[in-house]
Design a protein around this ligand. Structure first.
Ligand SMILES: Cc1ncc(COP(=O)(O)O)c(C=O)c1O
Length: 360
């Protein structure tokens, strides 16, 4: 038997659930709505698909390790010099690199819980003690409790805003106050994977917090509103010295050439991003008002997913939904999460949910 590191042994491999084709095959359903992973339901823009196809001819070469073209374009888009950017194979790769760089025996990581499942995995991979801070009674990140949980040995804090899986949001003033209280030698990762969907405030100040403080970095991704989840690309924004230190834990050449080309092309369509934002908000309204009509408890969302209470038979209901072709996977106790889909996918989910709740 392999002698797995003791801190890794209790983890379950991240195997994910069945995809669209597999569900169709397994349960003999033609119409499948995958509402389990918070992806956008829309295909990448046609122009982006074209550059991906064209870039295929050059993939006998290793990708540009320094992501030069993308860095230049992002630097303009985000308004920071290129040295303040670090790309990874999805922001989750960067979150993991950060854990590898900052973990080790006698160190702790603080993060909210429930939150993004990779924080828990990263604490184990980083060999650090996990300090999980429960959400408050409104399913929101409890920033006061997070501040109190930071100890002298805390080298890393993950702060997910809006929070996955609950969709709750802390204002920029609240986040700033938290960041100001954090010790200067504790890295605070402001994970903004869903920032483009936020309605509560018109803009995030996380980047300016990172520019002001060497211990603050911002994590963002092309996997959500940009529609590039399958290519794996995300980025950190932070001060060059901080990013330089964290990069020591990075595996080289993981940001592939197609991902770099596609991300660069995707930046050209801000007006279509606005359309996607609007479409998502319409979907949120559709689902939230359906939950309200049916008396289903839910948490109002600032994202492209909704946390709702499925009840004591959550796991049976999720399985029954799967057999009807609606994929929602994650659950914690009586609660689960559904990703906002297209109008047709949301209709299917609501129809299937109605039938399943009548049966289980
Ligand atoms: C809160 C949060 N952060 C980061 C990620 C990672 O996204 P990716 O690795 O696709 O960039 C996700 C993905 O679901 C997420 O929910």
């Amino acid at each position: 038997m392999p002698r797995i590191r003791p801190e890794i042994e209790p983890l379950k491999p991240y195997l994910g659930g069945p995809g669209i084709e597999e569900v169709a095959r397994l349960y003999g359903v033609r119409d499948v709505a995958k509402l389990s992973a918070n992806e956008t339901p829309l295909a990448p823009f046609p122009e982006v698909q074209e550059v991906i196809a064209a870039a295929a001819a050059d993939i006998n070469r290793y990708p540009d390790l320094r992501c030069v073209d993308l860095t230049e374009a992002m630097s303009k888009a985000v308004g920071v010099p290129g040295e303040f950017l670090w790309f990874g194979a999805g922001s989750s790769a960067l979150l993991t690199n950060t854990a590898r760089a900052l973990g080790g025996p006698g160190r702790s990581f603080v993060y909210p819980w429930p939150s993004f499942v990779m924080y828990r995995v990263n604490a184990a991979l980083g060999g650090a003690e996990a300090v999980e801070v429960p959400l408050d009674e409104t399913h929101s990140v409890d920033l006061e409790a997070m501040s109190e949980a930071i100890r002298a040995d805390t080298t890393l804090v993950y702060l997910c805003n809006p929070n996955n899986p609950t969709g709750t949001y802390r204002t920029q003033d609240e986040v700033r106050k938290f960041v100001e209280q954090a010790p200067e030698d504790t890295v605070v990762v402001l994970d903004e994977a869903y920032v483009e969907f936020v309605q509560a405030e018109s803009s995030s100040q996380a980047v300016s917090m990172a520019l002001e403080r060497p211990n603050v970095v911002v994590a963002r991704t092309f996997s959500k509103i940009y529609g590039l989840a399958g290519l794996r690309i995300g980025y950190f924004i932070g001060q060059p010295d901080t990013l330089y230190s964290l990069r020591k834990a990075q595996i080289p050449f993981t940001v592939n050439a197609l991902a770099q080309t596609a991300a660069l092309a995707a930046l050209d369509f801000p007006e279509r991003m606005a359309e996607r934002y609007e479409m998502n908000r319409r979907g949120v309204e559709q689902l939230e008002s359906a939950f309200e009509d049916r008396g289903i408890e839910y948490v109002p969302t600032q994202t492209n997913f909704i946390w709702f209470r499925l009840g004591p038979k959550t796991s049976d209901a999720i399985q029954a939904l799967l057999e009807r072709g609606t994929i929602i996977r994650l659950m914690i106790g009586e609660w689960t999460r559904v990703t906002v889909g297209t109008r047709a996918e949301n209709d299917k989910f609501l129809a299937d949910l109605g039938r399943v709740l009548a049966e289980v």
